[in-house]
Design a protein around this ligand. Structure first.
Ligand code: ATR
Length: 279
C-alpha cells in the first residue's frame, strides 16, 4: 500500500518539499506520496493524531510549528531537543520520533565548500530559530570559536548561554561585528535581511571581510542576496541557502527510507522550481 508522507505548516503553499520528495520517491521507485497540509496552531495536536492514526511513514514540520510539535511526539533526539525544534518526524512502528535536520543539513552543505570546520573561526549573524539550529550543530562539531552578532545583542548572549555544547563564543552588535569581520574564516548570515521582497538591505557592512573567507547566506530567494554579492566583490567565496534546504531534505529522506538521495538531482529540481521567481 502507498505510504503517506507530509509537511505541516502555516503558510504551506510555497513549500518546495512536496515536489522534491515526490521526485525522489519516483526516482527510487518507492511506493509513497508526500503532501502539504495547511495546519493552524490550534489544530496541530489533532493533525498529528490524524497522521498517527493514518499510519503515515513520516512528515516534516515547518514554520511556525517546529517547537510546538515536541509535546505531541513520543521521542525526540538529543540535538533537536537541545535546539528546541523538530523539522522531521519518523513513524517507527507507531512511535513518532522527532529529529532536527536543519542544522545538520547546513553542515552537510557547508562540507561541499569547507571540508572541516575544526579550528575555524565562525561568525553567525542573527540569533533567531535558524541561527540556533546552526549554532548548536556547529558547536557540537567543535568549531574553534563561534561568535554571534545580532541587532538585539541580548538574544545573541542568550543563545550562547543556552548552548549545551562547549565552544568559545562572544556576543556582538551588528556594528561591532562589522568592524572585526577580518577575524572570521566563515560568516553565516541567518537573518531575514535581504530576503525577497527586501532585497536591497544588508545586515551589516561587509568591507572588512577577508578574501579567504567563506560567506554563507541561508536565504535562497533571491539566490544571491546583496550580502553575498558584496562579499563576492571583495573576493570571498560564497554559498547561498539552496544547499541547506536540499540537505535538510536529503537527511529527512534518508531517515524515512534508508537511502541517502542524489543531492545534485534535488538541487536541480529546487532550482527549476525557483526559476523565474527568485526575486
Ligand atoms: P528565524 O526562525 O527564521 O531565524 P526569527 O526567529 O524571527 O526567524 O529571527 C530573525 C532574525 O533576523 C533575528 O536575529 C532578528 O534580529 P532580532 O533578534 O534583533 O529581532 C533578525 N532581523 C530581522 N529583521 C531585522 C532587521 N530589520 N534588522 C536586523 N536584524 C533583523
Amino acid at each position: 500500500m502507498k505510504k503517506l508522507f507530509a509537511v505541516l505548516g502555516d503558510p504551506i503553499g510555497h513549500s518546495m518539499s512536496p515536489i522534491m520528495h515526490n521526485d525522489l520517491f519516483s526516482y527510487y521507485q518507492i511506493d509513497a506520496h508526500y503532501l502539504p497540509f495547511h495546519v493552524k496552531n490550534d489544530d496541530l495536536e489533532d493533525a498529528v493524531k490524524g497522521l498517527r492514526a493514518l499510519g503515515v511513514g513520516g512528515f516534516n514540520i515547518t514554520v511556525p510549528h517546529k517547537s510546538a510539535i515536541i509535546p505531541f511526539l513520543d521521542e525526540v533526539e538529543e540535538l533537536a531537543l537541545n535546539i528546541g525544534a523538530v523539522n522531521t518526524v519518523v513513524n517507527d512502528g507507531g512511535k513518532l520520533i522527532g529529529y532536527n535536520t536543519d542544522g545538520p543539513g547546513f553542515l552537510r552543505g557547508l562540507e561541499l565548500y569547507m571540508p572541516s570546520i575544526e579550528g575555524k573561526k565562525v561568525l553567525l549573524i542573527g540569533a533567531g530559530g535558524a541561527a540556533r539550529g546552526i549554532y548548536f550543530t556547529l558547536a557540537k562539531e567543535k568549531a574553534l570559536a563561534i561568535d554571534i552578532a545580532n541587532r538585539t545583542v541580548e538574544k545573541a548572549s542568550g543563545l550562547i548561554e543556552a548552548c549545551p555544547y562547549s565552544t568559545s563564543s562572544s556576543a556582538y552588535t551588528l556594528d561591532e561585528a562589522s568592524r572585526n569581520l577580518e577575524e572570521y574564516d566563515l560568516i553565516i548570515q541567518t537573518t531575514t535581511i535581504g530576503m525577497s521582497p527586501k532585497i536591497a538591505e544588508l545586515p551589516l557592512n561587509v568591507t572588512n571581510i577577508k578574501k579567504q573567507a567563506l560567506v554563507c547566506d541561508i536565504i535562497y530567494n533571491p539566490l544571491e542576496t546583496l550580502f553575498l554579492q558584496e562579499a563576492k566583490e571583495i573576493g570571498a567565496s560564497i554559498q547561498n541557502g539552496i544547499d541547506m534546504f536540499v540537505f535538510q531534505g536529503a537527511l529527512a529522506f534518508e531517515k524515512w527510507t534508508g537511502i541517502f538521495p542524489d543531492a545534485e538531482r534535488m538541487r536541480e529540481n529546487v532550482l527549476n522550481q525557483l526559476g523565474g521567481k527568485t526575486c
